[in-house]
Design a protein. Structure first.
Lengths: 80, 146
């Protein structure tokens, strides 16, 4: 299965891109699988702390990607 | 059947333009209101002992809007009589300029103060916006400082 991954702030800078298409993820892949695939593609992201969001909702790493179209990694926010 | 409470008005905007608090406040006022509480977050010239030259804010716009809707729903479940507007700036911001403007209008002051505090506290916890601090000879995403 495939999913679009969005990157922001320091993770975006380290990866050098703000959007990644992850392909060939296993069927029934979860956020943890996508995170591992992302780090495999961009080793510099190892150790970056970030929550995950599927289609704009915060989720845990156990969440199945399912039919979601967009996975985002959300570093600790600092708005306001 | 559950009926979801909505605020009487609630708007959120991301903008790269300078913020004007009077405009934000005017957008929420109605004749029945006795109080408008406003909050302006401004860029300070120092952080953790270093001199800051300016800031840069980046947002995940679609999710920021979605998470703001969640916060507005939470506020409505406490008090749906409020009128609320939140505007957050993105891009490069100079010292002394505002990064966020919040206005809450209510019949009475206590509810407006409480709601304004609730909004800024929740925004800082869950809305996907990131701040990068620029110093003389360096820069750091605040989320990644150690």
């Amino acid at each position: 299965m495939n999913i679009t991954v969005r990157l922001f702030a320091g993770m975006r800078e380290v990866a050098g891109v703000d959007r990644v298409e992850l392909t060939d993820l296993p069927d029934k892949a979860c956020v943890r699988d996508a995170r591992a695939a992302l780090v495999a593609r961009f080793p510099g992201l190892e150790g970056h702390v970030a929550a995950a969001a599927l289609d704009l909702e915060y989720v845990t790493d156990d969440a199945k990607l399912g039919a979601a179209t967009e996975l985002a990694f959300i570093p600790p926010v600092s708005g306001g | 059947m559950s009926v979801e409470k909505r605020l009487r008005s609630a708007t959120f905007e991301l903008t790269s333009e300078p913020l004007d608090l009077e405009t934000v406040a005017a957008a929420v006022r109605r004749d029945a209101d006795g109080a408008i509480v406003t909050f302006l977050g401004v860029v300070r010239d120092h952080a953790r002992g270093r001199s800051v030259t300016h800031l840069h804010y980046e947002a995940y716009a679609a999710m920021a809007e979605h998470q703001m809707e969640r916060i507005f729903e939470q506020l409505a479940s406490r008090d749906s009589s409020l009128g609320v507007r939140v505007v957050h700036r993105t891009g490069t911001i100079a010292i002394g300029e505002a990064s966020i403007a919040i206005a809450v209008a209510s019949a009475h002051r206590v509810e407006a103060f409480d709601a304004c505090r609730f909004l800024i506290d929740r925004i800082k916890e869950t809305v996907p916006i990131w701040k990068k601090e620029f110093y003389e000879g360096g820069e750091v995403w605040v989320s990644e400082r150690s």
